[in-house]
Design a protein around this ligand. Structure first.
Ligand SMILES: *Cc1c(COP(=O)(O)O)cnc(C)c1O
Length: 496
């Protein structure tokens, strides 16, 4: 197998192995790690169609993580995709109203983040062993609501690791916050910040880049890594389910061999849709990648105009996990469409941090023809949830509904009949209040957990364990801090 190394999007002169890239999370120059070459599948899709989720996970991940042995990687996969998921299929596909919903929310914390974060701790500890790391690894994470809990669930009580999560206080759903602040495990810390997700993410990146702090950490036997989708160890496991979806549609006879499909992804930090782009590059016949935004439609505007401009009002919406104006993973795409020119990419990223905007060149724009942008307002999202429920009885969460609405608009505009997979990124239970408001047409003043029970009756689905277990769980984390105090929270947790 061809060895794949990783280099930074801001400096191509050095390379690291996959396990080193996973351990570091972010490159020292602030860039993101990208593979020196995007691998292509070495098995036919027909062969893959005969495999289960774990089998396909191995076939995809082995091509990216070439310094892992077969035994190491298979071990990681076995330990990740087990009965933490509430279905043996891991990701069921449900056909409703003319589209295929790829349900990525059957893991421990009922959002798609579980797909990668149930395996990341295993990849991380394996990487530490391979590289003879004796330091304790401190996972530093900014969350718009779902990554935090999924990372906490994955890393809680994992020997040799600690995990610190920063979330925007007041910017996540009730269930999301309860899930995080009730987290057990002596190695966990959850802190709300007085700011939005972009503030949390920028703060975390700053702490990563703090050379003085890194020195102090080293002296005390710690080193940072990231559980955000800036970590290649997050991105690679996310490629798997797009390959799986295609293989499964083929084996179920829903599509013919080689038939092209479209994929719609509700997008915030651009990680999930970038994984779909990688799957396409590996040889999965994907025609259009449809990038769905909420009212924070910085990506929609980017695909329309070639200008990325974060200078706008930040909106809190009913799809909070997509309330983001700085989509970190777009940097990987920018780097690739700039012809892997790290200097050009670094210049654009500098403009983004100095002026909050940049514009790409015409030949870069030409390379984006496989992407389509769209967005849905909060009202449209609610109307989509209601419409789908009335028509089919199927309940979408607010994020998936953004994607479904954007897909409706796309079909109306283009009359494109290509079969389409919609990434379903969360269980409706995670956003019960917004979902019930959409279905019932009014805000309820009932307690949130009563609404959960009503959602269960109305949808005919069982309340997920992830929600049952927080009904009575005590609060274990109640810190709230100013943005500029994030670093002090880190230091005090680590006794620095
Ligand atoms: C994180 C998240 C998204 C956005 O995914 P990105 O990879 O950040 O684009 C969408 N929906 C849900 C429910 C999420 O948790």
């Amino acid at each position: 197998m061809e060895e794949i190394l990783y280099k930074s999007t801001r400096d191509s002169s050095k390379t690291v192995t996959a396990s080193q890239a996973i351990l570091k999370g972010l490159s020292d120059d602030g860039g993101l790690f990208v593979p020196t070459k995007l691998p292509v599948l070495d098995k036919s899709i027909k062969e893959l169609a005969g495999m289960d989720y774990k089998g396909i996970a191995y076939e995809v991940m082995k091509l990216f993580l070439t310094d892992f042995t077969e035994e190491e990687l298979k071990n990681c996969i076995e330990n990740a995709y087990d009965d933490k998921f509430d279905t043996k299929e891991i990701v069921p596909i449900t056909k409703k109203d003319g589209a295929y919903f790829l349900e990525l929310y059957h893991g421990a914390t009922i959002a798609f983040k579980d797909m990668a974060l149930s395996i990341l701790p295993h990849l991380m500890t394996t990487s530490a062993k391979k590289n003879n790391i004796k330091n304790e690894i401190v996972i530093l994470t900014a969350t718009s609501g779902d990554t935090g809990k999924a990372a906490l669930a994955g890393f809680a009580d994992v020997p040799g690791t600690r995990i610190i999560v920063f979330y925007p206080k007041g910017g996540v759903s009730f269930i999301q916050e309860r899930q995080m602040v009730t987290q057990k495990g002596d190695n966990t810390l959850v802190v709300g910040i007085k700011g939005n997700f972009d503030d949390a993410q920028t703060g975390v990146k700053k702490i990563f880049g703090d050379k003085q702090l890194a020195k102090e950490l080293e002296e005390k036997g710690f080193q940072f890594s990231s559980a955000n989708s800036i970590n290649i160890g997050r991105l690679v496991p996310q490629v798997v389910y797009y390959v799986y979806a295609y293989a499964k549609l083929l084996s179920d006879g829903e599509i013919a061999e080689g038939e092209k499909i479209n994929v719609v992804v509700p997008t915030g930090n651009f990680g999930n849709i970038l994984a779909a782009y990688f799957a396409k590059n590996m040889g999965i016949p994907i025609e259009k990648l449809i990038c769905a935004s909420n009212e924070n439609k910085v990506l929609f505007d980017f695909f329309e105009t070639g200008v990325y401009d974060r200078n706008r009002e930040f909106m809190l919406t009913n799809s909070p996990s997509m309330d983001i104006l700085i989509s970190s993973n777009l940097e990987r795409l920018i780097y690739l469409i700039a012809g892997e020119d790290s200097k050009k990419n670094a210049d654009l990223m500098k403009q983004l941090s100095d002026e909050g905007r940049y514009e790409i060149s015409d030949d870069m724009k030409d390379k984006l023809s496989g992407f389509v942008g769209g967005y849905s307002t909060q009202q449209e999202t609610c109307a989509k949830i209601k419409d789908m429920y009335d028509k089919t009885g199927y309940v979408l969460d607010t994020h998936t509904a953004v994607a479904a609405k954007v897909y409706d608009d796309y079909v109306k505009r283009t009359e494109d009949k290509t079969k389409t997979v919609i990434a379903s990124t969360a269980s409706p239970y995670k956003f019960t209040v917004s979902v019930m408001e959409a279905i019932e047409g009014k805000k309820s003043d009932e307690p949130d957990f009563d609404l959960v029970d009503r959602l269960s009756r109305l949808s005919g689905t069982k309340v997920p364990n992830a929600v049952e277990e927080i009904k009575t769980a005590p609060t274990r984390h109640d810190h709230v801090c100013e943005i500029q105090d994030m670093v002090n929270e880190v230091k005090s947790f680590l006794n620095l």
